[in-house]
Design a protein. Structure first.
Length: 99
């Protein structure tokens, strides 16, 4: 059986991936309010996902204000689909009984 992707398996990163999987892209403020995380915590988890190639981070400015957007990469979408498939295999595997 395949192993769960440890990068995705961390609960906050799984939530980030799940939210982004349903959107084309999401900005920093939306993610911050939706997840209820601190700015540093969100940035730290997104950084790990970006390093894995799962999330694309785009930084720009609206006038003088910084604007950050996130989106899942194709690799991220594939990794998340594989993650769900492994969970399904775990759920479906027969339970060993010792009755």
């Amino acid at each position: 059986m395949s192993e769960l992707d440890r990068v995705i398996h961390e609960p906050v990163r799984l939530r980030i991936m799940a939210i982004l999987s349903g959107l084309d892209r999401a900005d920093f403020k939306f993610m911050l309010s939706t997840l209820g995380l601190s700015k540093g915590n969100l940035a730290s988890h997104v950084d790990k996902l970006e390093q894995a190639g799962y999330v694309d981070v785009r930084k720009s400015f609206n006038g003088k204000l910084p604007h950050t957007e996130y989106r899942l990469t194709q690799s991220g979408r594939t990794a998340l689909a594989n993650y769900w498939a492994v969970l399904d295999l775990i759920r479906e595997s027969p339970q060993k009984r010792t009755d």
